[in-house]
Ligand binder design. Structure first.
Ligand SMILES: Cc1cc2nc3c(=O)[nH]c(=O)nc-3n(C[C@H](O)[C@H](O)[C@H](O)COP(=O)(O)OP(=O)(O)OC[C@H]3O[C@@H](n4cnc5c(N)ncnc54)[C@H](O)[C@@H]3O)c2cc1C
Ligand SMILES: Cc1cc2nc3c(=O)[nH]c(=O)nc-3n(C[C@H](O)[C@H](O)[C@H](O)COP(=O)(O)O)c2cc1C
Ligand code: SF4
Length: 671
């Protein structure tokens, strides 16, 4: 395997020396206290990444003004009371050789809806009520107040003052958030900046706010390093283009920026390119945008966007596409990615699989309902977000007394349980009744673009084996087998089966299939297919069938508009998937008032009541995507036979892979 020399070569950004080219991309993790103070839990999260070998840690969305807070629990540098927390963070990460840079930000018209003390303001009085990607947030978003020149000048000073505090606290640089539709990006964007004064108009006018921020920071902190994040292409109609961004980068470098961090997209309309969905080619725009910008400037450039494989990162640096690589989600999945890559332990890297389950922890509803506990999480790494203490996810420690542990089921839950229990010194046997590991997660990897999920399955299998778990395929666990094996503890990770509503007349006809059987190619659909159920699995199977040129009708049962399907699809994947459904001409059937009731299935039709009117949908095959039911009967049959029985994952309650893996990990850490 090639040694990664270029990725681990040192580099200088302004006056800051970095030990390697691996940066952590700025990410809001919602971990600070409500008043914007850093806390020990958050510091422990960054220390884990510092220990793991990242040379530069960027702390996402640090407010320079409390009126412009992007999220309830994001950190601040808006007055001197914040300095001690930053001092503590800087000292803690310096102890492990990493550098730290707060990403200074004002959210502009994208302040968190309803957050007390905030005020939406921007270059022009726009609102985001029409967001396609984040409708629940955007609907609440107020129309922004138009910034007066006095307010602009006040905010410019606030950026400079925050940079002074960062330097005083011992931080090593500041990163300026000039992207993703927040304040500075709004001013840069022709789509968002409709001003006719000196702060709008041509490139110089739209960039003026950012240039003045840079000047102010330089005036106040001298040659303190400045990193600037810009989006090279907003990917919205009339938004900032690559060509304009190139000129702006050239001007920013001239104004004294030390490093350009090249991102893409805008929060409410093109977040799927900012945080590229599973299935997007790795480093998709680095070779285009970052490299083109690198040609225009002589300062270092940083590339970001689905760079998950250290070899890809090495290639990008080695071939001069960029000077540094920022890892976003990959640093959530594995804080030790740089250390493992440098040591050549590639198989031990916890790969970010692009499942976007971390969003579930951060979604607006959760933050609103449970602000103190809605912080960052990662499906593949149960420890992310719990670095400080084991209150929620217990520490992985050797077992006091090794037990004989039987894990039933080789899906993600069972594999994680086996991995952790074996690591702790238990004697683990995992039995999977089929001839393949991965469970439903393997089926989940079959729709278009989702193959990366298999990397997660392979990681879990390899690590469970490496930890010493015995894995038996083709072995169904029955009470008789349990009686023979005589385990001390049984972990039931038997997953779920597709829900089949037996009360629908005709449901047992031979042309009615489950989505799982269709995706696994256990059955073949005819040309005209009706898919019942329009959540993630329904949309994905419709996509899979559309790609095979089938004529697909997708039926959503709950009331609501046709655009409102795939509620449980992560936001990054949703827009591209819905676009593909349009491309395949998938017909969506919904009822606005009462929804759609399925009356029955005949040999060639599905009979429905749409808003109480009967309709007949002609078809050759019917595919059921109506949810999952737990398979957990074994637990009852083992009662009294085994001392410890735990039911986890879909067998307990159907959910997503994050629930299965985290529950498994927690139980296995407590055995
Ligand atoms: C089409 C589809 C797409 C999906 N996409 C995603 C996605 O993108 N992101 C996401 O987070 N989640 C997704 N999911 C959900 C996710 O796959 C499940 O939540 C997850 O796999 C549940 O894990 P589990 O280990 O609890 O159970 P399962 O994955 O269901 O595994 C259970 C295993 O137990 C085995 N088993 C059952 N009974 C026995 C027995 N008696 N003896 C031995 N073995 C037994 C089964 O054969 C199976 O292999 C998707 C699901 C489907 C169906
Ligand atoms: C949970 C999460 C939070 C993010 N928060 C920020 C942020 O605060 N500031 C920012 O500039 N970008 C933010 N981003 C974008 C990332 O910095 C990065 O550009 C993007 O995720 C693409 O990199 P990746 O594919 O390696 O994750 C965030 C991304 C994620 C996944
Ligand atoms: S939850 Fe999924 S997408 Fe998010 S960081 Fe973890 S593996 Fe990556």
């Amino acid at each position: 395997m090639k040694r990664l020399e270029k990725l681990f070569a040192p580099i200088r950004i302004g006056t800051m020396d970095l030990k390697n080219r691996c940066a952590q991309a700025p990410m809001y993790i919602n971990m600070s206290d409500r008043d914007g103070k850093l806390n020990d839990r958050e510091i422990a999260y960054y220390v884990a990444r510092a220990k793991g070998g990242f040379a530069l840690l960027q702390v996402g969305v640090v407010s320079v003004d409390p009126q412009g807070k992007a999220f309830p629990n994001c950190p601040e540098l808006s007055d001197d009371s914040y300095i001690p927390g930053w001092e503590k963070l800087a000292r803690a990460v310096h102890a492990h050789g990493a550098k730290i840079a707060p990403q200074l930000q004002d959210a502009g018209n994208k302040v968190f809806p309803g957050l007390p003390g905030t005020r939406a303001r921007g270059p022009s009085p726009l609102s985001y009520a029409t967001s396609r990607i984040l409708p629940t947030i955007a609907i609440d978003t107020p129309v922004a107040a138009e910034f007066t020149p006095e307010e602009i000048n006040r905010l410019i000073e606030a950026y400079g003052d925050a940079a002074v505090r960062a330097r005083e606290a011992g931080c090593d640089a500041v990163a300026i958030h000039g992207g993703h539709g927040y304040q500075l990006a709004q001013f840069m964007s022709p789509a968002e900046n409709h001003r006719t004064d000196e702060w709008g108009g041509g490139i110089q006018g739209r960039l003026k706010f950012s240039l003045e921020v840079i000047k102010n920071i330089r005036r106040k902190v001298g040659n303190f390093p400045i990193i600037f994040r810009i989006v090279a292409d907003e990917m919205i109609p009339g938004g900032l283009s690559l060509q304009e961004a190139q000129v702006m980068c050239w001007l920013l470098a001239d104004a004294g920026v030390d490093c350009l961090d090249i991102s893409r997209g805008s929060l409410f309309h093109s977040i799927h390119v900012t945080v590229p969905a599973i299935g997007e080619p790795p480093a998709q725009w680095v070779t285009e945008n970052t490299w083109l910008i690198k040609q225009a400037v002589s300062i270092p450039t940083m590339a970001v966007g689905r760079i998950t494989d250290p070899h890809v990162a090495e290639f990008l640096v080695d071939t001069g596409k960029c000077d540094l690589v920022a890892f976003g989600r990959s640093s959530l999945a594995d804080p030790e990615l740089p250390l493992k890559a440098a040591a050549g332990h590639f198989e031990d890297i916890i790969h970010c699989i692009g499942c976007d389950n971390h969003q579930g922890a951060l979604i607006a509803e959760r933050i609103r309902q449970n602000p103190e506990h809605a912080w960052i999480a990662c499906a593949m790494n149960p420890e992310t977000g719990h670095e400080l203490d084991g209150a929620i996810m217990p520490r992985l420690a050797p077992a006091a007394a090794p037990k004989k542990v039987l894990v039933v089921g080789g899906g993600p839950g069972g594999l994680e349980a086996a991995r952790v229990a074996a690591l702790r010194g238990h004697h683990v046997t995992l039995c999977e009744k089929s001839d393949r590991l991965g469970g439903q997660f393997w089926i989940g990897s079959l729709p278009p673009g989702k193959q990366e999920l298999t990397i997660g399955i392979k990681y879990l299998i390899a690590q469970a084996r490496k930890a010493g778990a015995e894995i038996r395929l083709g072995q169904e666990v029955t009470p008789a087998l349990v009686g023979k094996l005589r385990p001390d503890a049984v972990i039931i990770a038997t997953g779920g089966d597709p829900f089949i509503p037996r009360d629908i007349p005709g449901i047992d006809k031979p042309h009615v299939f489950t989505a799982s059987d269709v995706l696994a190619e256990k059955v073949r659909c005819g040309y005209r297919v009706v898919v019942l159920g329009a959540n993630m699995v329904g949309c994905e199977v419709a996509d899979w069938l559309g790609m095979r040129r089938k004529e697909v009708t997708l039926v959503k049962r709950r009331p609501g508009p046709a655009a409102d399907i795939g509620e449980d699809i992560p936001m990054g994947s949703k827009a591209p998937l819905l676009d593909r459904l349009q491309q395949w001409k998938v017909k969506v059937i919904t009822g606005l008032k009462d929804g759609v009731h399925i009356k029955g299935i005949t040999d060639q039709e599905v009979v429905i009541l749409r808003d109480s009117h009967e309709e007949r949908l002609h078809c050759d095959s019917v595919v059921l995507a109506l949810g999952t039911v737990p398979v957990a009967g074994l637990a009852g049959r083992l009662k009294g036979e085994v001392a410890e029985i735990h039911v986890i994952g879909d067998a307990r309650q159907p959910g997503k892979v994050i629930h299965a893996i985290h529950e498994a990990s927690k139980i296995a850490r407590q055995l």
